[in-house]
Design a protein around this ligand. Structure first.
Ligand SMILES: Cc1cc2nc3c(=O)[nH]c(=O)nc-3n(C[C@H](O)[C@H](O)[C@H](O)COP(=O)(O)O)c2cc1C
Length: 163
C-alpha cells in the first residue's frame, strides 16, 4: 500500500519519530509547515499554541509537498498541545478529503499523550494503531520510547503487508 507519514514538529521530537517510522515502513513523508509558526522559546509558545489547539483550530500552512489524496494509507504525528493535537495537524485533517485513510497516529507529550490519541481515535475511527511517546526531556518516560515505537512500526508493517 502506498503510505504517507504526515507530521508537524516544533522542537524535533515528532520529526525524529516520523523519519524513523517512514524509513522503517518504506513510506513517503511530509512535514506540515505553518506560514507563521508559534515562538520556539518562552511562555508565548504555550499561549499561542495552546489556545488554538484547545479550540481545535487550524493554522495556515505552506503548500503541501505531497498529494495526500493519492495515498492508500496515512499515518499522522503531532506534539500534544494543551491536551489536544496541534493546530497544523488540525488543518491537514480538515483539508483531507478522505480521512478514512488515516490508519495510525503517534503523539509526543511532556507527560502522557493518551488523551490526545483517544480524542483522535474518537474523531477518526479509521485510526487503528496509536502510540504515546514522551518528550526527550522526560527522563522518566523517554527511555520507553524506543520499544513503544518499534511495536508501533511492527503493527503498521503487518497492516500494510496484509492489505
Ligand atoms: C503550545 C504547547 C502546549 C503543550 N501542551 C502540552 C500538554 O498539554 N501536555 C503535555 O504533556 N505536553 C505539552 N506540551 C509539550 C509537548 O507536547 C512536548 O514537548 C512534545 O514532545 C513536543 O514535540 P515536538 O518536539 O515534536 O514539537 C506542550 C508544548 C507546547 C509548545
Amino acid at each position: 500500500m502506498k503510505t504517507l507519514v504526515v507530521y508537524y514538529s516544533l522542537e524535533g521530537n515528532t520529526k525524529e519519530a516520523a523519519e524513523k517510522i517512514a524509513s522503517s515502513i518504506g513510506s513517503d513523508i511530509m512535514e506540515l509547515v505553518p506560514v507563521k509558526d508559534i515562538p520556539k522559546k518562552g511562555l508565548m509558545k504555550f499561549i499561542h499554541g495552546g489556545s488554538g489547539a484547545t479550540m481545535g483550530k487550524g493554522t495556515e500552512l505552506q503548500p503541501y509537498t505531497k498529494d495526500a489524496s493519492s495515498y492508500d494509507a496515512i499515518v499522522i504525528g503531532t506534539p500534544v498541545w494543551a491536551g489536544k493535537p496541534c493546530t497544523a495537524l488540525n488543518q491537514f485533517l480538515s483539508d483531507l478529503s478522505s480521512t478514512e485513510k488515516v490508519i495510525g497516529a503517534f503523539a509526543f507529550a511532556g507527560g502522557s499523550a493518551d488523551k490526545c490519541l483517544s480524542f483522535l481515535r474518537e474523531k477518526y475511527p479509521s485510526i487503528k494503531y496509536t502510540v504515546s511517546l514522551a518528550d526527550r526531556n522526560s527522563k522518566k518516560l523517554a527511555p520507553e520510547n524506543g520499544s513503544k515505537l518499534s511495536a508501533f512500526i511492527e503493527e503498521l508493517k503487518s497492516e500494510l503487508i496484509s492489505n
